[in-house]
Design a protein around this ligand. Structure first.
Ligand code: CP3
Length: 343
């Protein structure tokens, strides 16, 4: 089906656009009362993720309610470690928790090898198919996965962490084990992302939320190496790599065969652009905390960002996911400021 609004895809490919496209990471989620209402009917977050009709409903909510230029499939990066054999619980107010973790070579046996993503993650592909049908071409649908390094962090730590020191420890004390695990995650992620494209995803994003906790050389060896394999394996749809906090690795990321790089708010777009050639699109990077400010402040800061762009190769977003207590009305001010800005 032909898309009625393909601004996001055109901006990603570097084609002509009439205005900058805008969407928000974590747009399908707790900021919307309508999301919380669907969530309240269910046993928890995982039931929402695993029930395609509900996942699809909350995926489309921000398109209807906020007017974003792209939808992102409602799921989580943690479905991949789960499909590999490490089940997780999402504990209210606390976050994810895995019963089994991988910190030794013996524990590598917790992982199921040669898994069939079509079988274990069929609910995600089904949610994508339903969402594509119900979006009826209004905006593109983004599929996603976690980058191997960030997924390893959860498999090793078993929960969130301020330092992820168990994971970083492994890179020094058992680098071979880390590489083996990263390769295993990479192979599954490639199959999974290909399956998402087959199911109808129009674009993909890789989230490397914990990229910024490694030194540059280490991130190249344990992070970028595997992202490169993924971007080399997938070339049929626009692809965004979001390596949060990996400022020093931007020149290396700029050489990946992807269309788009996500930028967080720590680096100005100006500086990011000086490190990334015009053959790539940049996505980002308003500080989510701007959305706690007045409408005037939001307009001012958003316009400042837009004015800093020197070309059309931009997709506007926040520098990270929107925080759950931000007022959706403030989000609308951000979106409408972008939509009314003349290139
Ligand atoms: O709108 C969207 O962006 C699509 C849905 C989406 C979710 N998680 C839903 C979710 C996406 C793209 C993610 C990615 C994700 N998940 C990342 C990478 C992005 C980032 O923020 O850095 C990470 C690190 C996770 C792992 C994860 N999921 C954690 C640590 C938590 C707990 C913390 C929190 O935000 O509550 C989650 C839970 C989660 N994933 C929620 C949502 C809407 C909240 C759970 C709820 O509704 O109760």
């Amino acid at each position: 089906m032909k898309l009625q609004n393909d601004l996001f895809l055109r901006a990603a490919r570097g084609e002509q656009i009439e205005r900058y496209p805008v969407w928000l990471m974590r747009q399908a989620g707790r900021i919307l009362p309508e999301y919380r209402a669907v969530r309240a009917k269910l046993s928890g977050f995982k039931e929402l993720v695993e029930t395609p009709a509900f996942a699809s409903e909350v995926t489309i909510q921000p398109v209807d309610l906020l007017g974003v230029d792209a939808a992102i499939i409602f799921s989580d990066i943690l479905v991949v470690p789960e499909a590999m054999g490490l089940t997780y619980e999402m504990i209210e107010q606390k976050g994810p928790w895995f019963e089994k973790t991988i910190r030794t070579r013996e524990q590598l046996s917790f992982i199921d090898r040669n898994i069939d993503v079509y079988d274990r993650l069929s609910y995600v592909m089904e949610a994508i198919r339903i969402t594509k049908r119900d979006l009826a071409g209004r905006v593109p649908l983004i599929g996603f996965a976690g980058a191997p390094w960030t997924i390893l962090c959860y498999m090793v730590e078993g929960k969130g962490s301020k330092t992820f020191s168990e994971s970083r420890k492994m890179l020094y004390t058992q680098p071979d084990l880390a590489h083996e695990l990263l390769q295993e995650i990479t192979d599954v992620t490639i199959s999974y992302l290909k399956a998402q494209i087959e199911a109808g995803a129009d674009a993909l994003q890789l989230f490397d939320s914990w990229a910024g906790i490694l030194g540059d050389d280490q991130y190249e060896e344990f992070g970028v190496k595997y992202i490169r394999q993924i971007t080399e394996a997938i070339s049929t749809v626009p692809f965004t790599v979001f390596s949060k906090g990996a400022i020093g690795s931007l020149p290396v990321l700029a050489k990946l065969p992807c269309t788009t790089l996500g930028i967080d708010w720590n680096m100005s777009m100006d500086v990011a652009r000086s490190l990334v050639h015009e053959t790539k699109t940049l996505q980002g990077n308003l500080d989510p905390c701007v959305l706690y400010g007045s409408n005037e402040l939001i307009e001012l800061e958003t316009r400042k960002l837009l004015k800093s762009f020197k070309s059309q190769r931009h997709i506007v977003n926040l520098g990270h996911g929107v925080y759950p207590d931000i007022d959706p009305e403030k989000v609308k001010v951000f979106i409408n400021t972008v939509k009314s800005y003349e290139i």
